[in-house]
Design a protein around this ligand. Structure first.
Ligand SMILES: [Zn+2]
Length: 203
């Protein structure tokens, strides 16, 4: 385990924004568990697309909008990113790396520097569809995070029945839960467990 203090902190660069977008997309569109209940992505393509557009516009102002006919591919991408982010949260790089390379291999990258400030390295141009663009962009950004050790900042929620991921920017790297709700659920669970043990011992 590398100490976080020894690594370059994510800086808010375009690359880092892509990783944040990947995390947000998976938490809103990948099946699994969230806050103690089963989580299923929206069944309506229009809702899937509007959720993704809102997330991606938040992280990249000039994003090409997702279209409804991309909804299924978009859900597929969110699912793959989620699996990959869980591997990274578990520090399982031998499993994660081939998945990142698979994302990168499917579409060509169009590396270029933005022509106006803020100068940032882009991985796709605007001629690609939104799904292609985000697949290449998120894949490249995660690859860059792996190569700089920044994936130590990616964590998974420690509460039961929750597999959402988050960016842990605490100095100590000790954040354990995706949300205050999961933190409270875990507190209640631990309390009940202690009560049950105390009752057992009293009998
Ligand atoms: Zn959680």
């Amino acid at each position: 385990m590398v100490l976080k203090g020894m690594m370059t902190r994510p800086s808010g660069s375009h690359r880092d924004q892509l990783v944040m977008a990947a995390i947000a997309l998976t938490n809103l569109l990948a099946p699994g568990y969230s806050n103690g209940v089963r989580f299923t992505p929206p069944a309506d393509p229009a809702e899937t697309v509007s959720t993704a557009n809102a997330v991606c516009e938040h992280f990249y102002r000039k994003q090409v909008p997702f279209t409804e006919d991309e909804a299924e591919r978009l859900l597929g991408l969110a699912g793959r990113l989620h699996e990959l982010l869980l591997d990274l949260a578990d520090d399982d790089l031998p499993t994660a790396v081939p998945k990142i390379n698979a994302l990168l291999a499917e579409f060509p990258a169009q590396l270029h520097l933005s022509s106006t400030p803020p100068w940032s390295l882009h991985y796709q141009d605007h001629s690609a569809s939104a799904v292609e663009g985000w697949q290449v962009g998120c894949g490249a950004a995660l690859a860059s995070w792996v190569s700089s050790g920044a994936t130590q900042y990616i964590s998974r929620c420690a509460a039961v029945r929750c597999d959402r991921v988050f960016f842990d920017d605490t100095r100590s790297g000790t954040r354990r839960f995706c949300s205050p709700r999961c933190q409270n659920r875990d507190k209640v669970r631990a309390y009940r467990l202690r009560q049950a043990i105390a009752n057992e011992n009293a009998n």
